[in-house]
Design a protein around this ligand. Structure first.
Ligand SMILES: Cc1ncc(COP(=O)(O)O)c(C=O)c1O
Length: 397
């Protein structure tokens, strides 16, 4: 049989345009940098602060001590306890190992949880703008990806009115992300309570992606999981990728109601067959012995936000949208006469790589996303180039 008759599954078509194509500007920039071009990369969200050496030491010691075998499907007992304790302290409720499963990063946790909750015929509500991988996470399951347009006017804070306007009868899950990527907005407890009432009214689960929990500059973190009436319909997914500058360790988890977690365990075991004990040891250490990594990242990124705001101040064509949290700042570039995609493409020729907003949904078409993850002097140079380019755009240039 010739290879062109071999069939693949429909998931490959559903996801075909949702993978690396979304990162085209980033990969293009990488190629051009490798070819010797002077391009400053402000694209992806990788902390520029190194992973703390004490965590690397724990992983190293653990590997040398032989913690390199298989783990159970749920994860290592000490790790599960450390995660359970974190959420027990946060929520004030009794959370045990039965509420927790280990995953290699938030990305795997959100994907597995989604797969365990929805399928073809169901719909998932996703506030727009959204984290770029969410569309693939939903479409992989066969469920409909239903966006809930948020508004730049209220700082992209999800409201019940917006949810009601986009609600469809087959909606089964709300994919919530606060602190939010790419907007940096943080929902407060009363806003989450109102959103939760909507979910109760329509019998909807909440997957709460809280990976930026510890990188907040303004406002107070709140989670639906910490509100008793929402706890039985909420699954938290998170990791130490951002809080401990350790994305390469792929150290994450899901926390949720016991009955659902045992269903999720079967899915996790089929796909992942457990996790790595030495990563579990390192993650347990990170959770049990808090350090100042998140604080150092937050302080550095806050200064970089101020640096950008100062630089953009005199430029009428750029409207910066300062974040409450996270590793990014959005900028409205519509004043240049270009949308975010065209602006990002053209800016690359001026030596700066940023993410075009449309990658994050229709509501971000007019925007670009700037990553705060490069050193101040680099960021200053990039911002100068960006302003120079913006001023050269448009009819009155
Ligand atoms: C909102 C959001 N969720 C999940 C992830 C992935 O996190 P992890 O490294 O834990 O898989 C990211 C990474 O940038 C993110 O921004």
């Amino acid at each position: 049989m010739s290879s062109d008759t071999l069939k693949t599954a429909s998931i490959t078509n559903r996801l075909a345009a949702l993978g690396s194509e979304r990162w085209a500007v980033h990969f293009d920039a990488r190629k051009r940098v490798a070819a010797g071009e002077d391009i400053i990369e402000l694209t992806i969200g990788e902390p520029d602060i190194p992973t703390p050496t004490h965590l690397i030491d724990v992983a190293d010691r653990s590997m040398r001590a032989g913690r390199t075998g298989y783990s159970g499907g749920k994860g290592e007992p000490e790790f599960l306890k450390a995660v359970a304790d974190k959420y027990a302290t946060r929520s004030g409720r009794a959370i045990t190992r039965d509420n927790v499963i280990s995953f290699p990063g938030t990305q795997a946790a959100v994907s597995m949880a989604m797969l365990a909750l929805v399928e073809s015929g169901d719909a998932v509500l996703v506030p727009d703008p959204f984290y770029a991988t969410y569309e693939g996470v939903v479409r992989a399951t066969g469920a409909d990806f239903v966006t809930v347009p948020m508004s730049i006017e209220n700082g992209f804070r999800l409201t019940v009115e917006q949810l009601e306007a986009s609600h469809v009868p087959n909606a089964r899950v709300l994919l919530l992300n606060s602190p939010h990527n790419p907007t940096g907005s943080v929902l407060e407890a009363d806003e989450i309570a109102a959103i939760g009432e909507f979910c109760i009214r329509h019998n909807i689960w909440i997957i709460s992606d809280e990976v930026y929990e510890s990188l907040i500059y303004r406002r107070t973190f709140a989670s639906p999981f910490d509100q008793k009436v929402l706890a039985d319909r909420t699954i938290v997914v998170s990791s130490i990728s951002k809080s401990h500058a350790a994305p390469g360790f792929r150290a994450g988890w899901a926390v949720g109601p016991v009955e659902f977690m045992s269903q999720l365990q079967s899915v996790a075991e089929s796909f992942l067959f457990g996790s790595q004990p030495f990563i579990a040891d390192m993650t347990t250490h990170a959770l049990v012995h808090p350090d100042d990594t998140a604080q150092r990242i937050s302080t550095a990124y806050q200064q970089r936000i101020d640096l950008l705001l100062n630089c953009f101040q005199g430029c009428e064509k750029l409207r910066a949208l300062p974040p409450d949290a996270g590793m990014f700042m959005l900028v409205d570039v519509s004043g240049t006469g270009q949308d975010g995609a065209a602006f990002a493409r053209n800016l690359l020729d001026q030596g700066v790589a940023v993410m075009p907003g449309d990658v994050f949904g229709n509501q971000a078409n007019a925007l670009i996303r700037i990553s705060l993850t490069v050193a101040d002097d680099q960021l200053q140079r990039a911002a100068n180039r960006l302003v120079r380019f913006a001023n050269s755009c448009g009819p009155d240039a």
